[in-house]
Design a protein around this ligand. Structure first.
Ligand code: XMP
Length: 527
């Protein structure tokens, strides 16, 4: 459907550290830490093409850890191009082990895996440990099974622990360093100093990755790529697409056409809020498509969750494509709020150069005769960098800090068949819960909070009459990565107040329950 247009990844003009990924759970963290030092960093899988590495023109390379063992054949190795670049290299954990092996040292598997805190003792001074004196000890975080048992010929020892004789080493002539421990995790107390030394004193990077430069640079890039042509953006009201809209607005103004599809499964007043902010206040070229009826029609009689998801996704595509087709003679570019974690979710997809259309927005079936190029100005940013950018561009705080909302919206929070009446009840219940959370100062203490609609008639008494009505479940969770989550311990008095308001104010609700399931085994959403 589209030609890829890597707006921002191939930057030769900014000092860059390449993080070569061997599959560690900490790889993204390494890249984050480097960016926190205001230096740009990019993650690429270890088996990426030579051309891609060369095009990045990195000033240094960090080899990540990884789950495999270099003692086994057919495990990942550092590609030759890394050494041909003739830039500093820092191997971490698996990165150290494969470095040692490739330089002729030996790696042994330990019977006991070392996992947790350790103290390393510095045996000699090294630029990597500049600021620490020889003989001092440092608290570090270890997580490994294998270790380097024999130093490669041209390397010298920097540090040891009681259980592992070689935990840090450096090449005698070249700027090649390696660490068995993880400087990127916060448990390694002075890990940042080590990364700072590598970045600034060894790679000699300049701190150029600053938000104000970045916004200006992105605006210029968009202007250069797009010129006076038109760009279409599916705006969802979430942080990523909103920041994309604001950036494009600054770059090309009215040549940006935003389409917001009201699928009838949004939070209370959401469509109005988006229109109010982007159209009325910010004067963006925004088209709001009221597609509620089409969504409800297609969802009628459907109660299977996965089928509902599919129908919602497909209906969205149809409606968005329909709008796009109306503009087809005008539009040359399709903008998306793709962010870095969407791109690097699996190194496999990156190495195969897969262009994954952001699944939540499901813009995937545009007509073949629409030859639109993709514009993804946030493609190399982490979520918190997107938030910082949004804040600098003037996106209101309540939008920046909003809890995530699933693409299928209330469609997966109304169990079973969806109807407009159920949507209305759920929107009102949810609005009460969120309003009270904000009032109580609890909203920012939980990661995601919402109500779900349970279509089970339960009895209640109103006046002298028994009334059978549906049930509202309240859900609030605390989580860092949304892969696991614990239910939030909200105060009883607070829950009592929310429950009272919901059953008293909403006729279709007979009782309120609080979901006390953690993930796993439960999921965050109810369907
Ligand atoms: P679960 O329910 O899997 O949710 O624990 C984890 C996170 O993902 C969100 N979620 C979705 N987001 N489309 C989305 O865009 C979906 O179908 C979907 N299902 C769950 C959920 O809100 C939570 O933040």
């Amino acid at each position: 459907m589209s030609n890829s247009n890597n707006l921002s990844l191939d930057k030769k003009n900014i000092d860059t550290i390449l993080v070569l990924d061997f599959g560690s759970q900490y790889t993204q963290l390494i890249a984050r830490r480097i960016r926190d030092l205001n230096v740009f960093s990019v993650i690429l899988p270890w088996d990426v093409s030579t051309e891609k590495i060369k095009s990045l023109n990195p000033k240094g390379v960090i080899l990540s850890g990884g789950p495999e063992s270099v003692t086994e054949s057919n495990t990942p190795r550092i590609p030759e191009i890394i050494f041909e670049l003739d830039v500093p290299v820092l191997g971490i954990c698996y990165g150290m082990q494969t470095l040692a092996e490739q330089f002729g040292g030996q790696v042994s598997s330990s019977k006991n895996k070392e996992f947790g805190h350790a103290q390393i003792l510095l045996k000699k001074s090294s630029l990597l440990f500049d600021g620490f004196s020889s003989g001092s000890s440092i608290d570090v975080w270890m997580s490994h099974g294998d270790h380097v048992s024999t130093l490669p010929d041209q390397f010298s020892l920097i540090a040891s622990t009681a259980s592992a004789p070689i935990v840090a080493m450096e090449h005698l002539q070249k700027p090649i360093f390696a660490l068995q421990f993880h400087p990127e995790v916060t448990h390694t107390k002075q890990g940042n100093t080590v990364l700072e030394n590598f970045t600034f004193k060894i790679c000699m990077c300049a701190a150029q990755w600053k938000m104000e430069n970045l916004i200006e640079q992105r605006i210029n890039e968009i202007k250069e790529t797009v010129g006076d042509q038109k760009v279409l953006l599916g705006l969802s009201g979430g942080v990523d697409s909103s920041v994309t809209a604001m950036l494009l607005d600054q770059a090309i103004g009215k040549n940006l056409i935003c389409v917001f599809v009201d699928n009838g499964l949004l939070r209370k007043n959401e469509a109005e809020d988006v229109e109010n902010l982007f159209k009325d206040k910010m004067d963006l070229n925004l088209l709001v498509v009221d597609a509620k009826k089409a969504f409800y029609r297609h969802l009628k009689g459907i109660s299977d969750p996965e089928q509902k998801r599919k129908i919602i996704g497909r209906t969205f595509i149809d409606i968005f494509d329909n709008e796009a087709a109306k503009l087809k003679d005008e539009i040359n570019f399709l903008a998306q709020g793709t962010i870095y974690p969407d791109v690097i979710e699996s190194s496999e997809s990156e190495s195969k150069e897969a262009r994954v259309i952001k699944s939540h927005h499901n813009v995937g079936g545009l007509p073949d005769d629409m030859k639109m190029e993709l514009v993804e100005p946030l493609r190399d940013l982490f979520k918190d960098e997107v938030r910082t950018m949004g804040s600098e561009l003037g996106l209101p705080l309540e939008m920046l800090n909003r809890h995530p909302f699933p693409g299928p919206g209330l469609g997966v929070r109304i169990l079973g068949e969806i109807s407009q009446e159920k949507v209305l009840i759920l929107q009102n219940a949810d609005a009460i819960f969120i309003e009270e959370l904000i009032k109580a100062g609890l909203y920012d203490h939980v990661s995601q909070a919402f109500c779900a609609f349970l279509p089970i008639k339960s009895v209640g008494v109103v006046g002298d009459e028994r009334r059978y009505a549906d049930v509202i479940a309240i859900r609030a969770v605390e989580t860092v990565d949304f892969m696991t989550a614990t239910w939030a311990r909200l105060p009883y008095d607070f829950l009592a107040h929310v429950s009272n308001r919901i059953v008293n104010e909403l006729e279709g609700v007979s009782r309120v329950v609080y979901d006390i399931s953690s993930k796993p085994p439960a999921t965050i959403e109810w369907e």
